[in-house]
Design a protein around this ligand. Structure first.
Ligand code: SAH
Ligand code: TYD
Length: 405
């Protein structure tokens, strides 16, 4: 039995992916020789309802000066974070005396919107290369991991925060109690802590199993976040669904008893109970659902190969590391992956070793089929490529099931 990272209860895993590499460890042929792997299993804690990775590689193996994920690669995400900043400003009535902290600010995609409006802000970002890009946008960044001791230091050097924000970061951090203690320390009495992450309800409903990889130690729900907040004398006061990352949830947390709890929270918790997210049995069919996608996709790719069709992939996402490695997709089935991120280009994908090529070469490659690894950006990408793909070329998607478009 394993011990829950939140409440210390015993639980057992419901899905086992075998050994997986670091999802963002794109590397050259020379670098890739001694590739690190870890056993990737996910379990559900029946006491606090947290869904979690049983084991996670140490944080320095994932977040460092060569981190490959840059936030500002999608126009849609740029717009999403602009709207996020605006809604925080409105909600907290932010002005030039206010102070905003972001945990995991990456290249500054969110905070730059506060800078434009002259609202003081601070980013905390341990991956130095992406932090550097944020600094070049005029954002003050501390290049360390956020935790309680760092929150105390920020309090000494700065001030209490009107808003602590985080997107696609909380689910990366196993030491949640230190984070919540830090938030409690740093947050003004009427401040808010808002974070968003891929949502467990959507992951189960869509079988978007590729949200599971080394960095994603937690798959949150309102049930589990509510439990966690209560443990720290904080309160979950709102939940707002987002369409980002294939279905996310934005959680708003405040000091207990300060803000009115929205009916959204009550409704979502009720809905989650109806869906059975608080029961182990609800997770037992997940592996079968993944394996159905696996069989359908491998059969399709094998048939296309036998028919002499050219298949390439689009978007060297972290998610695709789980797909390629768990499904056994090798370069003979998918020749290469095109991606706009310079640090990923001319490297091999983790584990499966599929070459990643610059996006600029995509159109020259003249594929018959394009496997869309960045399926969460389907609307943006399919629109961008519509002319090119109209010419008797097809997209392949696989969440929630395999489809040729
Ligand atoms: N907020 C951005 C980035 C998400 S990627 C977005 O939504 O696009 C996750 C980021 O979290 C990485 O940049 C990583 O370096 C950072 N991170 C991981 N652990 C952290 C911690 N303890 N404190 C602050 N940032 C952390
Ligand atoms: P994302 O889906 O945000 O990723 P992750 O699974 O890593 O959280 O990553 C998108 C990837 O797709 C990123 O490497 C950039 C790439 N991309 C393109 O190549 N072209 C595009 O038009 C878009 C939107 C993304």
């Amino acid at each position: 039995m394993d011990k829950c990272l939140i409440c210390d209860s015993e639980y057992s895993p419901f899905v086992d992916f075998g050994f997986m590499p670091i999802a963002n460890a794109f590397a050259t042929k020379e670098q890739i020789k001694n590739e690190y792997t870890f056993p990737m299993k996910v379990g559900f804690c029946g006491n606090c309802n947290m869904v979690q990775l049983v084991e996670q590689p140490e944080r320095e193996k994932m977040f460092h000066e060569n981190y490959a994920f840059f936030s500002s690669t999608s126009n849609y995400m740029e717009e999403h974070f602009k709207l996020f900043a605006n809604s925080v400003s409105e909600l907290q009535d932010l002005n030039e005396d206010s102070f905003v902290v972001e945990v995991g600010c990456n290249d500054g995609i969110l905070l730059k919107n506060f800078i434009i409006n002259h609202i003081s802000c601070l980013g905390v970002e341990p991956s130095k290369n992406v932090a550097q890009v944020a600094m070049e946008k005029g954002i003050e960044v501390i290049t360390q991991f956020f935790d309680r001791p760092l929150a105390e230091r920020i309090l000494q050097s700065h001030q209490k925060a009107d808003a602590i924000l985080s997107a696609n970061v909380m689910c990366h951090i196993p030491y949640m109690h230190s984070i919540f203690d830090g938030v409690k320390t740093l947050l003004k009495e009427d401040g808010i802590f808002m974070f968003e992450d891929p949502y467990l309800g959507e992951i189960i409903e869509k079988t978007s199993f590729d949200q599971i990889y080394d960095e994603h130690v937690f798959l949150f729900s309102a049930l589990s976040v509510n439990y966690l907040a209560n443990m720290h004398d904080l309160e979950l006061v709102n939940v707002e669904p987002q369409i980002t990352h294939g279905g996310s949830m934005r959680y708003t947390i405040a000091h207990k008893g300060i803000k009115k709890v929205s009916q959204n929270v009550v409704k979502l918790i009720d809905q989650e109970k109806k869906l059975g997210l608080d029961k182990k049995q609800s997770y037992l069919g997940f592996t079968d659902n993944i394996n159905k996608i696996k069989n359908d996709l491998i059969n399709l790719l094998t048939k296309l190969k036998n028919d002499g069709k050219k298949v390439v992939a689009y978007g060297a996402t972290s998610k695709s590391t789980t797909v390629t490695n768990y499904f056994g997709i090798t370069p003979d089935l998918v020749g290469c992956i095109y991606d706009t991120t310079p640090i990923k280009q001319n490297k091999l994908s983790p584990g499966a070793h599929i070459p990643v090529l610059p996006y600029d070469q995509f159109r020259e490659s003249e594929p018959d089929y394009v496997l869309l690894f960045a399926w969460n950006h389907a609307t943006e990408i399919m629109k961008k490529e519509s002319d090119y793909m109209a010419n008797n070329r097809h997209w392949i998607t696989y969440i929630p099931n395999v489809k040729v478009i």
